[in-house]
Every structure is written in structure tokens, then in C-alpha cells.
Design a protein around this ligand. Sequence first.
Ligand SMILES: Cc1cc2nc3c(=O)[nH]c(=O)nc-3n(C[C@H](O)[C@H](O)[C@H](O)COP(=O)(O)OP(=O)(O)OC[C@H]3O[C@@H](n4cnc5c(N)ncnc54)[C@H](O)[C@@H]3O)c2cc1C
Length: 388
Amino acid sequence: MVAINLGLTDEQRALKAGVAEICKRYPGEYWRDLDARREYPEAFVTELTGAGYLACLIPQEYGGAGLGVAEAALILETIHASGGSASACHAQMYIMGTVLRHGSEAQKRQYLPRIASGDLRLQAFGVTEPDAGSDTTQLKTTAVRTGDRYVVNGRKMFISRALQSDLMLLLARTTPADQVKRRTDGLSVFLVDIRGLKGLEIRPLRMMMNHSTNALFFDDVEIPADSLVGEEGRGFAYILSGMNAERILVASESIGDGRWFTEKAVAYSSQRVIFGKPIGANQGVQFPIAKAYAAVEAAALMRDKAAALFDAGEPCGAEANMVKYLAAEAAWEAGNACIDCHGGYGYAEEYDVERKFRECRLYKTAPVNNNLVLAYLGEHVLGMPRSY
Ligand SMILES: Cc1cc2nc3c(=O)[nH]c(=O)nc-3n(C[C@H](O)[C@H](O)[C@H](O)COP(=O)(O)OP(=O)(O)OC[C@H]3O[C@@H](n4cnc5c(N)ncnc54)[C@H](O)[C@@H]3O)c2cc1C
């Protein structure tokens, strides 16, 4: 039986306070300014890394804090609840897990301590392609072994932080699709040093929000054969094994967003007086905020369950998917309630509501679309026929 903590331990409280202290130094103006210029929050990420928070999940023997997903979730939630965004650096927490679980001892010793110390950034995760999208098994980027190298050719789409990262975890096809037994076979994971890599073009994409996202073009890119993580052809399974952590962590950012929106909405609608009384006294304003609050709290409870199961080494696919879905929807509901109660001011940049509104919308779509989360629940949890 796995116990779920319904409160924070003293250590978790201290962790949260430490993160909140850093966040205070990066107020709304900081994020707003970067958003307008679509620039990476370099100072924030550097300070967070220096304080060791991004190495939270790296075991102590490799220079990290050796904490659990519950603590990693708390860090990301706190950043989002303070009005910031951890999307600039969250991937490092869960990408690293693939190297930890499936990498060789030599790879772990070579990379993890330097990632933990901040000497190296592993923030880029190259999966999505223009023609494959949600159907990862259809990836076309190839990595062909020639002697002591692999030669990579293909295109990747929406690959975030490639320009701010030293390393990228890349998923590419090593066996042609028509030569594999199962459609999930034939893909391999590589840990690639992308600094100055010949033949790799990184083309930034201007997105709805500040997300440092790019299109990547691989033209006969040569990478050392020892970039391969684990066994050739097993990459899909390796990536899947990290998805529960990814879902719980991204959901925690949504929960933080939801908390920020409800707090802002309560504060504004309690002091804004129209028709002689605070607008929050009207049920039309108050109830959407209260409903969103309930949804965010329910998602947080599911997150705590998912994290407790994950950290106990128990299966948590159902819970990780449910919280990804519930948290993204709850944050979106809270965002709508917040923008509605702010009236015209909800659209004014200086209130930060419109920025957070744009930012939180992503988590209905990425890293996996909520439709596919529901498809997972329908098929794998409820035992219904496969829909795709
Ligand atoms: C800002 C941003 C950052 C990103 N960063 C990264 C990154 O760093 N690395 C990376 O690899 N990827 C990244 N992505 C890509 C993201 O993971 C994909 O956008 C996502 O997986 C969906 O792929 P797609 O956009 O091709 O949509 P598609 O797969 O084309 O889907 C389009 C729509 O159709 C729906 N759909 C498709 N098939 C079904 C079905 N069978 N049943 C029901 N609905 C279905 C989907 O749910 C979706 O609503 C990022 C995306 C964005 C927007």
C-alpha cells in the first residue's frame, strides 16, 4: 500500500520556500519583457541550476539531489504559481531519466555530474517530426551506422531549447519501418552533443508564447556511435518509460498556473467595484472562479497520488495520464475565469493574465495532446477498443 501525503513535509516546505525566494527576484516584468522579445530566461535558469533545483532527480552519486518526482513537481508548481514559467528548463528533469535508466555507466559518469553542476545543459528533446506528429512510430529521421559513427538525416519540428542546450536527446529510425516486426521497433535514442554540430540547422519558430521552439534540419550529420543510449531499436520503449514522470511534472506546472490564476482572480474581483459593489460578489463572477479552484485542487490530489506511486516504483500510467489531462483542463478553466473577471484589463499585457493564459494553453496540446491522453485511458485503463 502506498501512502499519499496530504501535506508537505518540513523538507518539502523548505524546498518550496527556497524556490519561491528565487522566483521573487523574477517578477512579472521580467517574464513580460522576455515574452515581448521572445528571449530565453537565461538569468532565471542559471540561478535555478546553480541552486541545484534542476538536478533534483539526479541521484546523489552523480552529483544531484536524489529527490523524488513529488519534490520535482513541487519545484515546477511553485515557479508557475509565482507567475513565472519553468517551460524553459523543465525538460532537463525528465529527459535525464532516459540516460539514467537506459544509458551506460560511462555515459552517466560522463554527463550526469556535469548536467547537475550546470556545466552542460540537456534541455532539448528531439522527437516530433512534420509528418509524424502524435504518431511517433512513423518517424522518418534516420540514423545509419557507418563504422564508428551514425549519419543522421531528416527533419524535426517544434524542438524547444535547441539553441540554449548543449545536449539533445534524439529519437531517430535505425531500421526502416518496412523491416520491423512491431511498429514500435526500429527507433533508437541518442544523446547528442549539438554544439556546433556540422550539418544541423536550427531554425527558430515564433510561437504564440515565449517557448524557444525550432525546426531542425539534419543533413548528413555525423555523431559518434557511442551517442547511442541503450540498445539499438529500443528507443520507443525508452522514451515511453519516461513519460509518466513527464506527465506528472508538466501537470504540476498547470496546477501552479491554476493557482496563480485563481489567486489573481480572487484578488482582482474582490477589490474591483462596479455597480456599487465588488464584482466578485456576483455569482456570475464568483462561481467560475470557485469551480476552477475546485478543479485545480482535485488535479493536485491526483498529482499527489501519481507522484506517490511513481516514487514508490508502482505502476502509475493511469494516474499520470489522468493528472496530465485534469491539470491542463483545470488551468485552462482557471485562466478563462481569470481573464473574464479582469474584463478589458485581462487583455492588457501589464497584468500578466494574457501571457499566462497563452502559456497555460500549451499543456492541452503538448507534450502530448489531451485527446491522446483520453485515448490512453479509454484503451489501456478502461479496456475499450483502440481508437487509432
Ligand atoms: C510550443 C511547443 C513546444 C514543443 N516542444 C517540443 C519538443 O521540445 N520536442 C518535441 O519532440 N516536440 C515538441 N512539441 C511538439 C508536440 O509534442 C506536438 O505538437 C504534439 O505531440 C502533437 O503533434 P502535432 O502537432 O503534429 O499534432 P498532430 O499529431 O497532427 O495532431 C493534431 C490534432 O489531431 C488530434 N489527433 C491526432 N490523432 C488523433 C486520434 N487518433 N484521436 C484523436 N485525436 C487525434 C490531436 O490530438 C491534435 O488535436 C512542441 C509543440 C509546441 C506547440
